[in-house]
Design a protein around this ligand. Structure first.
Ligand SMILES: Nc1ncnc2c1ncn2[C@@H]1O[C@H](COP(=O)(O)OP(=O)(O)OP(=O)(O)O)[C@@H](O)[C@H]1O
Ligand SMILES: [Mg+2]
Length: 323
């Protein structure tokens, strides 16, 4: 069993048929790649659903092995936030003479939705002026953060979250290839937990599996340990917290949260949402709570203090428990 290569790379889909679940996007892309006259592309959708993999498959479809170094430029948002970098590196690449007539060049821009507006404007001008033999593939989670003039120059493909059975299927496939010894009686629960951890992100699921193996957690499979290393509350802590909330003990509940060193507020929000129906709360209040959870999830994504936001959630939850 080799642990050197990350499994997300080792098991990265190599052909269109390896990509699971994205049938609308993939079927259309298969038609597009039949000739070299393809438009620029935008792949949008949640993390770990196959956008980067598909972009690489397309580049490899048109490029020979040796051209992958010369005719493919992969950039990440952190490279592209600086406008001078975009001007220099990107323009250079785009303007370099093509190796030979008829061959294409690809620019894959990862996290394109994190590129600042001004830089997007510069990018748009580069896209406009560039020869038709240079194809841009923009990857993003939120297309509404890409400026309209870029969107209108691209064909947009939406990638969807992977369903549970597809994620588990893929994890089982990897487990077989890697000859993992998962205790049979715990197998189903283990894959269920990995799915929960992933939240529909196959990369996260595969990483959690590899981490469990690297930390030797498989032999006497301790599912709680897998939960903890992935930044979730283990079952006992969650149960303890549940009781504390039922008892309307706000201070204690906040202490529990603060005592967890691997606390991850957004994972916690997913866990608390799961157990919400188990509380004795008026259904109308449940709806308000769910709306509030959405609100604080957003605030945290925008950089709000996690402990304050989670404390506010605990306070509202406790306030609404009926005794
Ligand atoms: N639809 C899929 N079919 C098969 N494997 C997938 C699929 N989506 C993701 N994977 C697996 O997850 C890993 C990550 O996928 P990929 O990098 O393509 O995701 P992404 O959509 O680009 O995510 P991000 O938005 O986080 O960049 C791949 O190496 C692959 O093993
Ligand atoms: Mg990606």
């Amino acid at each position: 069993m080799s642990l050197e290569i990350p499994w997300v790379e080792k098991y990265r889909p190599q052909t269109f048929s390896d990509i699971v679940s994205q049938s609308i996007a993939i079927n259309n892309l298969k038609k597009f790649v039949k000739n070299t006259n393809i438009p620029h592309l935008i792949f949008t959708g949640p993390a770990g659903t196959g956008k980067t993999s598909t972009a690489l498959i397309i580049a490899r479809h048109f490029l020979k092995e040796e051209e992958l170094y010369t005719n493919l430029l992969e950039l990440n948002a952190s490279d592209t936030v600086r406008i001078d970098f975009v001007r220099k590196v990107l323009k250079n690449f785009v303007n370099q003479n093509l190796v030979k007539d008829g061959s294409l060049k690809f620019v894959i821009l990862d996290e394109a939705d994190n590129i600042p507006g001004q830089v997007q404007q510069a990018l748009r001008r580069i896209i406009e002026k560039t020869s038709t033999s240079v194809k841009f593939i923009l990857l993003c989670n939120y297309i509404n953060r890409i400026i309209d003039p870029i969107i209108s120059r691209c064909a947009v493909f939406r990638f969807v979250s992977l369903p549970k059975e597809k994620i588990i299927e893929r994890l089982k496939h990897i487990s077989e290839e890697e000859k993992l010894k998962i205790p049979p009686e715990k197998k189903e629960e283990f894959f269920d937990q990995l799915y929960f951890i992933s939240g529909g992100d196959l990369r996260k699921a595969i990483n959690a599996l590899q981490m469990a193996v690297a930390l030797d957690l498989l032999e006497n499979l301790d599912i709680n340990e897998v939960f903890k290393i992935s930044g979730f509350l283990d079952v006992e802590t969650l149960e303890h917290l549940n009781i504390t909330i039922q008892n309307k003990d706000f201070n204690k509940s906040r202490e529990i949260i603060q005592s967890i060193d691997t606390f991850d507020s957004r994972n916690f929000i997913r866990q608390i949402s799961e157990i919400l129906p188990s509380f004795n709360i008026n259904p109308v209040k449940i709806i308000e709570l769910i709306a509030f959870i959405g609100e604080i999830d957003y605030r945290i994504s925008q950089g709000a203090d996690e402990i304050i936001q989670i404390s506010a959630l605990l306070a509202l939850l406790i306030e609404n428990i009926e005794s």
